[in-house]
Design a protein around this ligand. Structure first.
Ligand code: ZN
Length: 363
């Protein structure tokens, strides 16, 4: 693109030639499996920090450059420039002498931004798409994830309602009606205890390992997918439980959060619980967690002779959306915010893995 840009305004490009060029780029992306043929084209040209793929559009670059060059010549109050403008009656693609020149269309980001769906005020827009800027995923993985988000994966639901090929819309894994992409990534009962639990545990492991490092139970980190948390870690000051039911005097239904910290020096206990809901349940899921463990928090404060027990929900949606409150929760664990990116990447990769695995099942 930088090389092409030098030719804009000098060589004559027609709008359809530029369209052909942009199409060719998209065809290449598709051939290399980086862009699903049914995925949003618009998103390709949205900057990464706004949730797009950040690819440059040749036609827009050209049209913007032509406009800028014309402005430059027309505004320059120097004789030589005025002479150039006067003689350019179609000599250059800028057509400087043409008083009726019509500005070429440039798609602005705001024209395209409508594709980014979340209007939820509590969602952290920038953090939710941070994986596009910092995760260094393979182009193919990224393309697959967007195909999942765009719901253009060949599910039975897609075949029935979009392709209308007469497919019966029954889930090939749990045999219930409705094999939509949403069902696959977070709603299938056959996947709940295996695939979804695995994704959930990846996140819990990241948190557990960081806490174990912080409290000195570990000297060095291993990749989170190799990390096996110990059920109990204790050094006299701090106890760290992994996935352990807490026995209380009073019967409590929700008595098992993913991670429990008892910090005797700080006279504080922390209940950490992870959940990975669908996008639109992000904020609700967090509130639910806070309510769910209130009883347990009340009991443990008395039982462990601490001043308080706090509940820390760790919530990331299946597509990596993150709420604005996420940083505060990390802060309560004294973990720095880079952990957020690691968690988001782990969730997104696992969602892609779940869909890939699902699609290998016989339909
Ligand atoms: Zn199912």
């Amino acid at each position: 693109m930088p090389m092409l840009t030098y030719s804009f305004g000098i060589l004559r490009w027609t709008q359809s030639e530029l369209d052909v060029l942009d199409r060719k780029v998209r065809r290449l992306l598709t051939a290399y499996r980086m862009h699903h043929p049914r995925s949003s084209v618009m998103r390709l040209y949205i900057p990464r920090k706004c949730g797009g793929r950040g690819i440059l559009n040749a036609k827009d670059l050209h049209n913007r450059e032509i406009y800028n060059l014309r402005e430059y010549f027309l505004k320059m109050n120097v004789n030589m420039y005025r002479d150039v403008v006067a003689v350019d009656k179609g000599l250059t693609p800028l057509s400087l002498a043409n008083g009726n020149w019509k500005r070429l269309k440039v798609e602005s980001i705001s024209d395209r931004i409508t594709v980014w769906r979340s209007k939820e005020p509590d969602v952290d827009q920038l953090a939710s798409v941070a994986w596009l800027r910092f995760s260094n995923l393979f182009g193919e993985t990224e393309g697959f994830i967007f195909a999942i988000m765009d719901e253009v994966i060949m599910t039975n639901n897609y075949r029935k309602y979009i392709l209308k090929d007469g497919t019966v819309d029954i889930c090939r894994a749990c045999y219930r009606p409705g094999e939509s992409i949403r069902h696959i990534v977070s709603g299938c009962s056959r996947f709940a205890n295996g695939e979804y639990l695995h994704r959930h545990n990846q996140v819990a492991r990241i948190i557990h390992q960081q806490l174990a490092l912080k409290y000195g139970f570990l000297d060095s980190a291993v990749p989170y997918y190799q990390y096996q948390p110990q059920p109990v870690l204790d050094n006299g000051h701090v106890t760290l439980y992994w996935d352990r039911s807490i026995i209380t005097d009073r019967y409590i239904v929700a008595n098992k959060s993913d991670i429990v910290i008892i910090d005797r020096s700080a006279r504080r206990a922390v209940l950490v619980d992870v959940t990975i809901p669908h996008d639109e349940n992000l904020v609700k899921a967090e509130k639910d967690k806070l309510i769910k463990y209130l009883d347990l928090a009340h009991e443990t404060t008395a039982m462990w002779h601490v001043d308080s027990t706090i509940i820390v929900p760790i919530v990331v949606s299946v597509h990596g959306l993150i709420a604005k409150s996420f940083d505060q929760h990390l802060k309560k664990l004294s973990l720095s915010s880079w952990v957020k990116g690691l968690i988001q990447k782990a969730v997104i990769l696992d969602t892609a893995r779940i869909v890939r695995r699902f699609l290998t099942l016989e339909s």
